[in-house]
Ligand binder design. Structure first.
Ligand SMILES: *Cc1c(COP(=O)(O)O)cnc(C)c1O
Length: 366
C-alpha cells in the first residue's frame, strides 16, 4: 500500500501552482551573479519596498518575540478609514491567496460548484479543488471573462463565482457597468469573489465602485493585495471586504495569527505611502508604453493589458522562454493557463524593459 493513495482523489489530482522562476534559482543553475539577472516574471513592483513600509518593518523587528495582533486592529483601522468600510467587514490574509482560500473554505464543499473563466488566475481552481468542490471553467471571449456564458453556467449547485478584474495573466478588464449588472442578476446564494489585485494600476475612470456595491450585495467579496502596487509580495498581506456575516465566517476558518507582525506593520505604513503608489503607477504607465511599443516594433502580437504585465504571442514560447533565461531575463510561461503560445512579462524599470526587449529580439532571431 502506498500511503499517498489514501489521500482523497481530488487532492491527488491537484496540479501544483507554478510560480515565477526565482532569481536565486537561475543564478545557481547558470553559475552567474544574482545581480546580473532581470526578473520580470511575477508582477512584482520594480521600485521595491516603499520607504515608509521599510521604516515600519525596522521598528517592528524589536517586537518579534511577541505574537502578532491576531485581529490586525491597526491595519483594519487604516483600511476602514481609507475606504469608508466598517472594520467588521474586513478580513486580513497572508497574501490574498490566503483570503481566497478562506472564502472557498467558508462556502464550498464536495458536491458544490465554483465558476471561473478560462485563462483566469490559477489559484481559483486550486482552492476549489483542495476542498473537493467542483470547478467549472467557462470559455473566455477574446481572452476576457464572458459574463453571459458564466451566468448560463450557474446551476443550483453553484455557490461561488471568481472574477479577476483586471485578470492575470491576460490583463483583460470587465467594464464596471457590465460587472455590476452581472452581480445584480446573480442568485443571492452565489458568492461573488471579485479579485482586484491590480485595482491600483487602473486609471480613476476605469475603477469600479466595487466597495460601494457591498452595501447592496451581501454576496459580494472584494479582494485586494499588498503584493503588487504596494511592493510587499515577499511579506504576504492581502485583504477582503465583505458583508459582516460573510467576513465573520471567513475569519472562523482563518489561522489565528495568519498575518505576521512585519506584514501588519509594513502594510499599514504602505497604505499611507501615497507618493510611492503614485510613482509606481506612473512607472507602470510609461513602462507599459515602452514594452508595448517595443513589441509592436518587433511585430509581436500582445493582449492589451490593464495590469502591470502584458502577455504576448510567440511561436515556440517554451523555447523563447529558455533563450531569454540564457540571456539572464526571466519572464513567465503561461502554458498552464491554456496559453501555450504566450509569455507574460511584468513591467519593470525602464532599463529592465529595455533589456527584456533587446533579449527578446535576439531570442527571436536565434
Ligand atoms: C498577484 C495576484 C494576487 C495576489 O496574490 P497575493 O497572495 O496577495 O500575493 C491575487 N490575484 C491575482 C489575480 C493576482 O495576479
Amino acid at each position: 500500500m502506498d500511503i499517498c493513495d489514501l489521500a482523497p482523489g481530488y487532492i491527488r489530482a491537484i496540479a501544483p501552482y507554478q510560480p515565477g522562476k526565482p532569481i536565486s534559482e537561475l543564478a545557481r543553475e547558470m553559475g552567474i551573479e544574482e545581480a546580473s539577472i532581470t526578473k520580470l516574471a511575477s508582477n512584482e513592483n520594480p521600485l521595491g519596498v516603499s520607504p515608509l513600509a521599510q521604516r515600519a518593518i525596522e521598528r517592528a523587528l524589536a517586537d518579534l518575540a511577541r505574537y502578532p495582533d491576531g485581529n490586525g486592529f491597526e491595519l483594519k483601522q487604516a483600511l476602514a478609514g481609507r475606504y469608508g468600510v466598517a472594520q467588521e467587514r474586513i478580513v486580513l490574509g497572508n497574501g490574498s491567496n490566503d483570503v481566497l482560500e478562506m472564502a472557498a473554505r467558508a462556502f464550498l464543499a464536495p458536491g458544490l460548484e465554483a465558476i471561473y473563466s478560462q485563462h483566469a488566475f490559477a489559484v481559483y481552481s486550486l482552492v476549489t479543488q483542495a476542498i473537493g468542490a467542483t470547478g467549472v471553467e467557462v470559455p473566455a471571449r477574446n481572452f476576457g471573462h464572458d459574463l453571459g456564458a458564466m451566468r448560463r453556467a450557474i446551476t443550483p449547485k453553484t455557490r461561488m463565482v471568481f472574477i479577476a478584474n483586471p485578470n492575470n495573466p491576460t490583463g483583460t478588464l470587465v467594464p464596471a457597468a457590465e460587472l455590476e449588472a452581472f452581480i445584480a442578476a446573480l442568485p443571492k446564494e452565489v458568492v461573488v469573489v471579485l479579485d482586484e489585485a491590480y485595482n491600483e494600476y487602473l486609471s480613476e475612470e476605469l475603477k469600479a465602485d466595487s466597495i460601494g456595491w457591498l452595501k447592496r450585495f451581501a454576496n459580494l467579496v472584494v479582494m485586494r493585495t499588498f503584493s503588487k502596487v504596494y511592493g510587499l509580495a515577499g511579506l504576504r498581506a492581502g485583504y477582503a471586504f465583505a458583508d459582516p456575516g460573510v467576513a465573520d465566517l471567513m475569519n472562523r476558518v482563518r489561522q489565528p495569527f495568519n498575518v505576521n507582525s512585519l506584514s501588519l506593520a509594513a502594510a499599514t505604513a504602505a497604505l499611507g505611502d501615497h507618493e510611492f503608489v503614485r510613482r509606481s503607477f506612473e512607472l507602470n504607465r510609461t513602462g507599459m508604453k515602452q514594452i508595448t511599443d517595443g513589441l509592436r516594433r518587433l511585430g509581436i502580437e500582445f493582449i492589451p493589458s490593464f495590469g502591470n504585465f502584458v502577455s504576448f504571442k510567440v511561436e515556440e514560447a517554451a523555447a523563447v522562454f529558455q533563450r531569454l533565461l540564457k540571456r539572464g531575463v526571466i519572464v513567465r510561461p503561461i502554458a498552464s493557463y491554456g496559453m501555450p503560445q504566450y509569455l507574460r512579462v511584468t513591467i519593470g524599470l525602464e532599463s529592465e524593459n529595455a533589456r527584456f526587449l533587446a533579449a527578446l529580439k535576439q531570442a527571436l532571431a536565434a
